[in-house]
Design a protein around this ligand. Structure first.
Ligand code: ZN
Length: 65
């Protein structure tokens, strides 16, 4: 499940709710089954440069059951 952040200029950032890791949609592609989205975990906000999370946090979240 995804929750899009309601911040102006941050429409492509979202939090994956099961892990709490912040991701950014980097590309979209039309496929036979609809629109495919390519997402990448982000360490720094691409808009303002603020550090959002660390790689250790992402690794830790992905290890959660
Ligand atoms: Zn920002």
């Amino acid at each position: 499940m995804r929750k899009v952040l309601a911040l102006p200029g941050h429409r492509f950032l979202f939090v994956q709710e099961d892990s709490g890791v912040l991701y950014m949609t980097v590309a979209a592609m039309q496929t036979d089954r609809g629109t495919g989205w390519f997402d990448q975990a982000v360490l720094f906000c691409p808009f303002c440069g603020t550090q959002l999370q660390t790689s250790e946090e992402i690794k830790g979240a992905s290890r959660q059951p």
